[in-house]
Design a protein around this ligand. Structure first.
Ligand code: PAF
Length: 299
């Protein structure tokens, strides 16, 4: 563990990395005994501007900000990119050192999941469909690790990005259902100038894939416009699917209009109430890279 230094030290030296739970918990307990409100930003590292925006949001709302960096094996299925997922703690630390961040919690997988670890959390309904249909292991793995992080560190609040909108709803549901007593805050999607939603997995895209990738967002925006003009959901989705394939995406995992409140599918006619909660969700494969994005139709 890197020792916690006092606030007067230069930021890059002052940012401590905790790799063991006991010293992390001792630090959290100290902050809490001083009446300082703690925000946790859970991540898998390979931090980009999207993550950093969540850290900034956290620092506006809390006195102390912790970022967890843990590539969670439980949310990867066999054959997915657990082995190749970018791991760059030194770079991540440098980025966080420039922000108001008071610690990094970076446990290793053996410490997180002991040999006999046998528990998994299943969150119903909101985890079904969309990413839950094509990655059935995913939300159980996310809910389990997030529950562990929240129980371990007992933050007052935790911040998650809206790019993984379904994940945000799954976590909100779990926290409510299990009376976990932590405020869950959603942070807006941060995009590249061409519209591509920032993601650690964008690093996998080759040059020609990177040129195609922003079309996912452009097509969602065009679909939202059509829906606002009164086109039916079925016609809008069909046109969107055709455009995605024409743009060069290899496979469409899903392209759907759902309620952002509970992810219930929406049906025509889209009156003002339904439109206000309607969000388009898309997931595509580009080469081996899976990209997701979402767009609120009243944006
Ligand atoms: O969104 C992520 O990076 C991960 O799913 C999370 C929430 C850190 C859990 O591993």
């Amino acid at each position: 563990m890197t020792r916690l230094s006092n606030d007067s030290m230069p930021k890059s030296e002052a940012l401590p990395v905790f790799d063991d739970l006991l010293s992390m918990q001792a630090q959290c307990a100290k902050w809490q005994s001083q009446g300082l409100r703690l925000a946790l930003v859970p991540t898998m590292g390979a931090l980009h501007e999207g993550h950093l925006s969540l850290v900034r949001l956290a620092s506006q709302k809390a006195d102390r900000v912790l970022v967890s960096i843990f590539v969670n094996p439980k949310q990867f299925a066999k054959g997915e990119d657990l082995g190749t997922y970018p791991r760059q703690l030194a770079k991540d630390k440098e980025k966080l050192s420039a922000l108001t961040c008071h610690g990094i919690y970076a446990p290793d997988a053996n410490a997180m999941y002991g040999e006999d670890f046998s528990t998994s959390i299943h969150v119903g309904i909101v985890s079904e469909g969309l990413c839950g249909a094509s990655r059935p292991h995913f939300f159980g793995g996310v809910a389990t690790v997030v529950a562990k992080l929240l129980n371990q560190l007992r933050p007052d609040m935790a911040v998650f990005g809206e790019k993984d909108f379904q994940q945000l709803l799954v976590i909100r549901r779990m926290v409510k259902d299990l009376d976990m007593g932590v405020e869950i805050i959603g942070g807006p999607i941060i995009r590249e100038p061409d519209g591509l939603a920032m993601s650690s997995r964008n690093a996998y895209l080759n040059t020609s894939e990177r040129e195609i990738a922003p079309q996912l967002n452009h097509i969602l925006r065009a679909m939202a416009e059509k829906l606002r003009q009164g086109e039916t959901i079925a016609a809008t989705v069909e046109t969107g699917q055709r455009k995605l394939i024409a743009a060069g995406f290899d496979k469409i995992d899903y392209l759907e209009l759902r309620s952002e409140k509970n992810l219930a599918p929406l049906e025509d006619p889209l009156d003002a109430t339904k439109s206000a909660e309607a969000r388009l969700f898309g997931a595509v494969l580009l080469g081996k890279t899976r990209l997701i994005d979402n767009w609120k139709i009243t944006d």
